[in-house]
Write a protein that binds this ligand. Structure first.
Ligand code: TXA
Ligand code: MG
Length: 338
């Protein structure tokens, strides 16, 4: 077992050397921490899958420092990709484009497309620049667990499995990037995230929302983002999501929960649950704070004895769509509408 080094900003060059040598580095981004490796090196990429326990058919996205690197790894790039980059990069948006043959099959899970993202975090950008390579990075959690939003979360899952983690503090967005597929006739939202659907529509016009975003895939159905078919974000205890206005959902949970349950609720309602383990998400009208807190809240229950978790859920406006999607997935789409 290798010992995982915790590096600070001064360790960027060391982290870059590890990536160049085929190793694995935990990389802070504005969304979540990523598990980074040289995206052009099939052996390094194979180590990512191994450390996460990730299914081989689930492709990785490549992180680049600026939009003019797109040409190196993608072909037939539509103008829309540059318009999006202009508007949202560096930032929480991944675009899916046709790949060039220098991107290994291992990285794309055999797909002829590749997801590209330019993260908005000074340490991530400095690391990619110093390594001078596209950094393949899935979220740095063990497959199926909530994504890490602090270096400590990442250490929980990856200690002894990877070479180093670069500590860039807590992530400012807290849910993963928005993924939009530009290889379809009409751009398609594969995963809601830090850039909202409304923001995408302003730049692209019509955007199709992939069905995997809002409901469970039926057996035999294939979502376009392979990762959307896997159980994800799940704490050990089963989660039930309650959807509706904040007052109604708080009342429903209050009436149905037992003292040994865990509760994810908006700050306004935390005093209702004095016997339970409570993870407040933030104020009911502060979606940004809810997004930042969500994965830490889901993870926290694994350090407790709770046997069931109830979650209040925001509506789907703005980044609320991403929060709802992650909560619904954590609950295996076990949702009660009130
Ligand atoms: O915010 C983020 O995107 C974070 C940070 C580290 O950048 N990364 C991240 O990666 O969330 P990951 O691997 O956990 O999620 C990427 C998702 C997966 O569901 C995968 O199936 C999908 O993107 N994906 C990757 N390449 C794809 C492609 N070519 N076509 C369709 N879906 C793709
Ligand atoms: Mg992930």
């Amino acid at each position: 077992m290798i010992k995982t080094a915790l590096l600070q900003e001064e360790g960027i060059l060391e982290a870059a050397r590890i990536i160049q040598a085929g190793g694995l580095v935990g990389m802070p981004t504005e969304t979540v921490y990523g598990l980074g490796a040289n995206g052009l090196d099939p052996a390094a990429v194979a180590r990512i899958f191994e450390a996460k326990g990730r299914p081989q058919d689930n492709p990785l996205i490549l992180h680049i420092p600026q939009a003019d690197w797109l040409e190196r790894y993608c072909r037939n790039i539509p103008k829309a990709a540059y318009r999006l980059a202009e508007e949202f990069w560096p930032g929480p948006l991944t675009v899916v484009l046709p790949r060039r043959s220098n991107v290994p099959n291992r990285t794309t899970g055999g797909l002829d497309t590749v997801g590209m993202r330019c993260p908005n975090h000074p340490l991530a950008l400095a690391l990619i620049q110093a390594a001078d390579l596209p950094v393949a990075a899935p979220s740095g959690n063990t497959s199926g667990k909530p994504s890490p939003t602090t270096a400590r979360h990442m250490l929980e899952d990856m200690d002894g499995k990877i070479d180093a983690i670069l500590d860039g503090g807590p992530c400012s967005v807290g849910v993963e990037s928005t993924i939009v597929d530009l290889t379809c006739h009409i751009p398609r939202l594969l995963r809601p995230g830090g850039v909202t659907l409304e923001q995408l529509q302003r730049v692209l016009g019509e955007v199709v929302v992939d069905p995997a975003v809002t409901r469970l895939m039926k057996s035999g159905e294939k979502p376009k983002a392979p990762g959307m078919k896997y159980r994800h974000y799940a704490p050990k205890a089963p989660v039930t999501v309650i959807a509706g206005t904040p007052r109604k959902t708080a009342r429903y949970i209050f009436e149905h929960c037992s003292p040994e349950d865990g509760i994810i609720c908006f700050d306004e309602f935390r005093d209702l649950f004095s016997a339970q383990v409570v993870e407040p998400l933030g104020s009911a009208n502060n979606l940004e704070e809810q997004a930042r807190r969500l994965f830490d809240a889901l993870r926290a229950f694994d350090h407790t004895e709770v046997t069931a978790i109830w979650a209040q859920c925001p509506d789907c406006k703005g980044i609320g769509l991403a929060i709802t999607n992650r909560l619904n997935k954590a609950a295996g789409f076990h949702i009660v509408e009130v």
